[in-house]
Design a binder for this molecule. Structure first.
Ligand SMILES: Nc1ncnc2c1ncn2[C@@H]1O[C@H](COP(=O)(O)OP(=O)(O)O)[C@@H](O)[C@H]1O
Ligand SMILES: [Mg+2]
Length: 218
C-alpha cells in the first residue's frame, strides 16, 4: 500500500518543524514507517538549491525565476525522496510544499496562479498531499518566535533568511493567503490555531491525522 503524504504549511515560526517532529514520533509509536523531509530541499540537489534560493545576499530575483528554481528542486525531491518512500509504504511528512509556492511567489510575489497550476500539473501531479496542515498564527507572533529561535542558538544556518527580512505587511498577506487555501480546499487542508501551546496544537494535528488518514476506511 502507498504511504500517506502529509505536508505542513504556514508562516515563519508558526511551528511547522515542531509539529512535523511530534507527528513523526507519534506515527513511529504506532509502528508506521515515516520519513521527514522539507522544502526547499529534501534531496542533495534540492538542498544545494535551497542555499541559493534563501541566501539573503542574492539580489532580488523575479517571482517567476524563483518559482522555477523551486520547481527544479521540487522535481528532484519528488523523484528521489518522496515518491520512492510513498511507493515503499512509508508515510512522508514534508515541512512546506506547493502551498508555500502559491503563497510566497503567487499571492505575495504576484506570479499568476495559472503558472503555478501548470507547474503543479507538470511536476507534482499525481503526488498531491493526502493531508495538508496549515498552522495559522498572527504574523508578528510567528516572527517573534523565529527571532527567539535564532538568538537562542548560535548557529549560522539560522540567520534571518530573505523572507524573514520582509516587512510585517508582507507576512500578513501570507497569512491571509494560507487561510484562503484552507477555505478553498477543505478536503485536503486543515487550518489549526497555532497560537496555542505545542501540545494543544499537536492534539488538533493528531485529530486530523487520525480522523482523516487512520480511521477505518480512510
Ligand atoms: N505552540 C508553540 N508555542 C510557543 N512556541 C512554539 C510553539 N511551537 C513552536 N514554538 C517555538 O517557536 C519557534 C519556531 O518553531 P518552528 O517549529 O521552528 O516553526 P517553523 O518551522 O514554522 O518556522 C521554535 O523556537 C519553537 O520551539
Ligand atoms: Mg521550520
Amino acid at each position: 500500500m502507498l504511504g500517506k503524504f502529509i505536508t505542513f504549511e504556514g508562516g515563519e515560526g508558526s511551528g511547522k518543524s515542531t509539529q512535523a517532529r511530534l507527528l513523526a514520533d507519534a506515527l513511529a509509536a504506532r509502528n508506521i514507517a515515516t520519513a521527514m523531509t522539507r522544502e526547499p530541499g529534501g534531496s542533495p540537489f534540492a538542498e544545494a538549491m535551497r542555499h541559493v534560493i534563501l541566501d539573503p545576499a542574492t539580489p532580488p530575483h523575479s517571482p517567476l525565476s524563483e518559482a522555477l528554481l523551486f520547481y527544479a528542486a521540487r522535481a528532484d525531491h519528488l523523484d528521489h525522496v518522496v515518491r520512492p518512500a510513498l511507493n515503499d509504504g512509508v508515510w512522508v511528512i514534508c515541512d512546506r510544499f506547493i502551498d508555500s509556492t502559491r503563497v510566497y511567489q503567487g499571492v505575495a510575489g504576484g506570479l499568476p496562479g495559472e503558472v503555478i497550476d501548470t507547474l503543479n500539473e507538470m511536476i507534482v501531479s499525481p503526488t498531491l498531499p493526502d493531508l495538508t496542515i496549515i498552522l495559522d498564527l498572527p504574523a508578528e507572533l510567528g516572527l517573534g518566535r523565529a527571532y527567539a529561535r535564532r538568538v537562542d542558538r548560535i548557529n549560522p544556518d539560522t540567520e534571518a533568511d530573505a523572507y524573514e527580512r520582509r516587512d510585517l505587511e508582507f507576512h500578513w498577506r501570507l497569512r491571509g493567503a494560507f487561510q484562503a487555501i484552507a477555505a478553498a480546499e477543505p478536503q485536503r487542508c486543515v487550518l489549526i490555531d497555532a497560537a496555542q501551546d505545542e501540545q494543544e496544537v499537536f492534539a488538533e494535528v493528531w485529530h486530523a491525522v487520525e480522523s482523516r488518514l487512520l480511521a477505518a476506511g480512510a
